[in-house]
Design a protein around this ligand. Structure first.
Ligand SMILES: NC(=O)c1ccc[n+]([C@@H]2O[C@H](COP(=O)([O-])OP(=O)(O)OC[C@H]3O[C@@H](n4cnc5c(N)ncnc54)[C@H](OP(=O)(O)O)[C@@H]3O)[C@@H](O)[C@H]2O)c1
Length: 341
């Protein structure tokens, strides 16, 4: 009898949040690695907004997941069998896998052995010492470049990327104001992540409420805005820019479910304030990830940086975790535990 594993496959392209008929939990044989391949038992999958965009039939930096294929997600796991010189049994690797209990890896860009320094903490490898930490580092340190005394605003501030990005700005000596949904998240942003203040955008109820809150918390304007959400929040912050401000376009989570990107009317303020707005893709910095992890590690060891994770339990909770990114059930990095590390 072949060993079996469970996976979540795409059955229909979702519209908005993923509903039960969009995916199916199936049982299939655990694959045998061929020459040049290794079999990995997945311990955690990271849940990112990008995983939802891959379910749409839209071109992106990776092809869309096809109907019948495993829902794609980043993961970490332990090599159980190897016919690949790059990996030995027992190695811990990160890989582009999916909502699955096992996966096959090869010696390519999509699989990386984990540095022995981080290997004991699988959760931290998916959050601080993974793409999320690198995104926060390159976006804030490399693009936003906050200076001591400047005012920095970060949206989705309680999330994986935003919480780390804001702390990097604090380390640079800036005054940091977060934007997050709900009183508990705003408490975490200030008390756990050490921001100076946090605006509850749900309580602000859109345009005018946000304008008033930004005026109160950023009286001299916003020097750096690290934007994870786009839409109405981006527009409000554009209306409050300081001279020579820098707007870092990290993501537009407010529009991934609809695919519609309402234009910000306050973009004219970029002209008046001689401000710049720049997008970036952390994956373009792939060759410099070690530099990011070394800096994050140093700050972590010095007690200047905290990271948090929201961990759902079991493969069957992957879809709930994916939807949770959009309904805001996570503080810090959203992930699902699949098996014991
Ligand atoms: N440029 C890059 O290279 C790169 C790389 C990775 C990720 N990203 C982007 O970074 C952003 C954050 O990703 P993450 O993985 O760190 O996720 P995350 O911030 O941990 O989770 C997403 C958070 O977004 C907030 N949110 C969801 N829908 C929203 C809406 N309509 N309006 C306002 N806030 C909303 C929710 O928090 P609240 O409860 O506070 O609403 C939710 O917890 C995403 O836009 C992602 O695409 C960019």
């Amino acid at each position: 009898m072949p060993r079996t594993q469970r996976q979540i496959v795409l059955r229909r392209r979702p519209e908005g949040l993923v509903v039960p008929d969009d995916t199916e939990l199936v049982s299939v044989p655990v694959p045998e690695p061929a020459d040049g391949e290794a079999l990995v038992r997945i311990t955690y999958v990271g849940v990112d907004a990008a995983a939802r965009t891959w379910l749409d039939d839209q071109p992106g930096y990776l092809p869309p997941v096809q109907i019948g294929e495993v829902v794609r997600a980043a993961g970490i796991g332990v090599v159980e069998e190897s016919r690949c010189d790059a990996y030995a049994v027992g190695d811990v690797v990160t890989m582009l896998a999916g909502f699955s209990e096992y996966t096959i890896v090869r010696d390519d860009l999509f699989c990386t052995p984990v540095d022995p320094e981080y290997v004991a903490d699988h959760q931290a490898v998916l959050s601080l010492y993974g793409p999320t930490g690198a995104t926060a580092y390159f976006g804030m340190h490399g693009v936003g470049k906050p200076q001591a005394g400047q005012t920095v605003v970060v949206s989705a501030a309680a999330g994986a990327t935003g919480s780390v990005a804001g702390q990097i700005a604090k380390i640079a000596g800036a005054r940091v104001v977060g934007i997050a949904g709900g009183p508990e998240k705003c408490r975490a942003v200030v008390e756990d992540f050490g921001f100076d203040a946090c605006i509850d955008y749900r309580a602000a109820q859109g345009g005018q409420g946000l304008d008033a809150a930004l005026k109160e918390h950023c009286p001299a304007g916003v020097d750096v805005y690290f934007d994870n959400v786009g839409g109405e929040i981006l527009d409000a912050v554009l209306g409050r820019l300081a001279h020579n401000a820098r707007v870092v376009l990290c993501g537009v989570i407010s529009s991934y479910l609809t695919g519609e990107h309402p234009g910000p009317s306050n973009y004219v303020n970029l002209l008046a304030k001689t401000a710049t707005m720049q997008g970036f893709n952390a994956l373009n910095e792939w060759e410099h990830f070690d530099e990011a992890f070394a800096a994050l590690r140093r700050w972590d060891l010095e007690g200047k940086l905290v990271h948090r994770e929201t961990v759902y339990d079991g493969l069957e909770s992957c879809v709930d975790a994916l939807n949770g990114i959009f309904t805001g059930t996570n503080t810090g990095k959203m992930m699902v535990k699949i098996s014991e590390p």
